[in-house]
Ligand binder design. Sequence first.
Ligand code: SME
Length: 157
Amino acid sequence: MAEHLDIAQGTKAEKYATLFPQIEAVVSAEKDIIANMANVAAMIHETFGFWWTGFYRVIDNELVLGPFQGPLACTRIRKGKGVCGTAWAQEATQVVPDVDQFPGHIACSSASRSEIVVPVFSSSEVIAVLDIDSAELNTFDTIDQEWLEKIAALIAK
Ligand code: SME
C-alpha cells in the first residue's frame, strides 16, 4: 500500500475520481473504523485543502467528535441540532452553501462559511456523520455529495 497520498490534480470531479480508489485501498486494508476514519479525514483534507474535515460518531444517542483534521471542534452534538444533528435526524446529506442561512448551525469556528454533512450508515442506521467545513461560501454541490456518499459507504463496511 502507498505510504503517501499522490495529491490529485484537475477539476473537483477528477480529484474525487483519483482519490476514491486510494481511499478504497486504504480502508479495505484495515478493519478498525477509527483508524479508517482518521485516514479518510486526512486524505480528503489534504486533497482539497478544506478548513475542517472529520467525523462525529453516534454514541449513546449523541454525536461525539471523532477523527478529524483542522482546528479544535465542538465535542458533542445532539440529534437534530446543527447541520450534523440534522443530517443524522433526517438520515440525509445536508449541503449548506452559507452556514449563516442555516437555522441552528453550530459555529465551532467563525471561519467556516459553507458546509456538507454526509451520514454514515451501517445496516440502514446512522452510525456517524462525515462533516466538512469550508472557509469559503458555496464550496459544496452535488459532485461533493455524490462522491462523499460513496466514501461514507466504504467506511461502514
Ligand atoms: N457546524 C457543525 C458543527 C461541527 S463543526 O462544523 C466541526 C454543525 O452545525 O453541526
